[in-house]
Every structure is written in C-alpha cells, then in structure tokens.
Design a protein. Structure first.
Length: 368
C-alpha cells in the first residue's frame, strides 16, 4: 500500500443542539433555560438537550426521570419533527450551493467534499466559515464544523470547538492530532470498547498506534484493522451523496411494563402496521425482520430472521415478529418493543471490487 497521503478536503457540519435550539428559537421564553426535547414522564426519553441542560449532565437517550433528577428545573417539550425537517431542508440547500457531494447523516449533520467546489474557493476552512455564517443568517441557528483530509478526522474535529466553532486539522497535523486524543474521542469507539482499551493500557491514539494490526485484530476482531488504519489517518470512505437506506423500523415505549405475551402481541400488531406504512411510503421491501425488546431493567435484546423473499406486508411482518417473540422465553417484563426490516431491495447488484495493493493518492497543491 502506498504511504498515507493527502487526497480530499472534507467538512463535517454539525448543528448545535439542533432540536433544542429550534425550540428555543421559536419560543423566546425558552432561551437560556435548561430544555429537553422528548418525554418527561416515567417512560419518557430525552431526544435532545440544550447546552443549559447539558451543564447538569442531561444527555440524549437518557430516561426522562433521570434527567429531571439531575436538573429539577428542566423544561420538557414535545418534538416537532416536521419543523426540524423544514429547517434541515433549508440548511441542505446551503450545502448544495458549494458542492453536490453532500452526505447527510441525519437532520442535523452532514459531510461535504469541497475538494472541487462550486465557489472555486481553495480553502476548505474559509468555506466552512461561510457555510456556518450563512446558516446563522438564514435560520438563526449556529453550527460547528470540522475540516480535514477525511470523514473520520473531520467528524472528530467538528466536536472540538462546540458550540458555534470549527477546527481545521491540516494534513501535516493529522497524525499528531490523533496521537494526543483520548481513544474515547475516536468516532466508533463506544463505552465497552473504551473500557477494554483502558484495561489494556490503551488510553490515547499514541497508545493505540503502538499496537500491531495483528494484536488489534486478535482483541477487537474486524474492528481491529479499522482502528489500526484510522489512528494513522487512513480512512478512504468517500462522501456518498446518495446514501442507501439500510433499514426501516417502528417501535413503542409503553407507559407501563408488559409481562403478558398476549399484550405484547397486541402492541406488535400496531407496530407492524406503522412499519408497513413507512415501507409503503419509502417504496421498499426487505428480507430480514428484527424484533427489538427492551426489558424493564433497560437491557436490550434483538432477535432476527431472514426470509427467502422480500416483504412489506403487515401480516407477514407480524407473523414473523410473533415467531421471534416466542423463540425464547422473556427474561423480564418489557418496556419497549420494536420491529425493523433490513436487507432492503434498494441496493445495486454487487460488483466485484478491483483489488489493488496501492491506493491512488491525489496531492492537493493549494492551501487547506
């Protein structure tokens, strides 16, 4: 393989506390106050938290009762996804003024490849500044950005000077930047992997870099090879404007724990109907049905079955989910059930990828 070189100019734009910021913008009385978007009841979950709430330790995906305990003055508002989608659409139009290579990750973040951009601006750093200013001027919301040579480093960098800031990691700075980072900052290293790395004495990127690829593969499986490359600044994933949907899902959190499988089946029927509506709307079918079960102690279990044909019919979804429900005895009472469908018929036919021992490197000749 050719030694690591410089090939693209990537910007990762991430809106600051997007859902909560939209609510504070639309309702001035909420500005400056600790705010959570989501449900504040016994079964509610925080979808997003304002920076005022984060000071108290409130985070997304946190149970509502925990958030209230941490921040007694926390204000809960119901999410308004139509409004978030409306503003997200405005923001994406701004992105497309600069490049057609835009890969949205969600309503509030996206990758942009500005190596060759519509403005003819050689500086990705200046482009990021212009985009953030335009977002603020048109929506009243702030965004943060990370700029670097690939998606992995750009995503890490976008979190560096939040909120309303940006960080550029120039080509010659990438290795040093990664070496000094705590491994928990590496995108893709979750709490379990972080704990395992810490136990092995791997605390920083430099520690990670000191391990051989064989060692990392032995202890982390396929992910080991990924860690070996990214800590060396090697991440060849391109910005994909048309990201294919991998799955569709519907789920419900219940107001009271359910212990009876009969009641679970009743809930699964409405979940299957909702999933079928989403499948029809997206005009897709799939082969792998997955039943998601979250128990009252918050442990999560999934059970899957791959069918020999594509489906999007409520009856088949429900029957398969029912089969998965009875596949194994329930460990506890249940607080959430969900059904998802993957192996969708959206992908192109597999093409054999050309294998090569070398990676083509395009050296950028202008300022980053």
């Amino acid at each position: 393989m050719v030694e690591f070189g410089i090939h693209r100019k990537i910007i990762h734009v991430d809106m600051d506390a997007f859902y909560a910021s939209v609510e504070q913008m639309d309702d001035p009385e909420l500005k400056g106050k600790p705010l959570a978007v989501g449900g504040g009841g016994k079964r509610g979950v925080v979808s997003a938290a304002s920076y005022e709430a984060r000071v108290f330790g409130v985070r997304s995906a946190m149970p509502g009762f925990t958030a209230r305990r941490l921040c007694p003055d926390l204000i809960f508002v119901r999410p308004r996804f139509d409004r978030y989608k409306e503003i997200s659409s405005q923001i994406r139009k701004i992105f497309f003024q600069y490049t057609d290579l835009v890969e949205p990750l969600s309503l509030d973040e996206a990758y942009l490849d500005v190596t060759d951009n519509k403005k003819g601006n050689p500086s990705a750093t200046l482009i990021a500044q212009e985009i953030r200013k335009q977002i603020f001027d048109e929506t009243g919301l702030t965004a943060s950005a990370g700029i670097s040579i690939n998606k992995f480093v750009a995503k890490i960098a976008s979190d560096y000077n939040k909120p309303n800031g940006q960080k550029t990691v120039n080509p010659e700075e990438v290795i040093g930047f990664l070496e000094h980072l705590d491994v928990k900052k590496f995108y893709g290293v979750g709490k379990v992997t972080q704990a395992k790395m810490y136990q092995m004495g791997i605390y920083t990127g430099k520690d990670l870099k000191s391990k051989s690829e064989a060692f990392l593969t032995q202890h982390f499986g396929k992910s080991g090879g990924h860690y070996y490359k990214i800590v060396r600044g090697i991440h060849l994933s391109e910005v994909k404007p048309n990201r294919e949907r991998k799955s569709l899902a519907a789920e419900r959190t219940f107001s009271e724990n359910i212990a009876s499988e009969i009641y679970m089946l009743e809930r699964l029927e409405s979940i299957a109907e909702e999933l079928q509506k989403r499948l029809k709307h997206s005009m897709v079918s799939g082969r792998t049905v997955t039943l998601k079960i979250k128990y009252s102690d918050f442990t999560l279990q999934t059970r899957s079955k791959t069918l020999p044909y594509f489906v999007n019919d409520t009856t088949i979804l429900l029957e398969t989910a029912k089969e998965l429900l009875y596949q194994e005895k329930m460990k506890n009472s249940v607080r959430l059930l969900g059904i998802s469908l993957s192996n969708l018929n959206t992908g192109k036919k597999d093409e054999k990828k050309k294998e090569s021992n070398e990676v083509e490197i395009i050296q950028l000749r202008f300022d980053f």
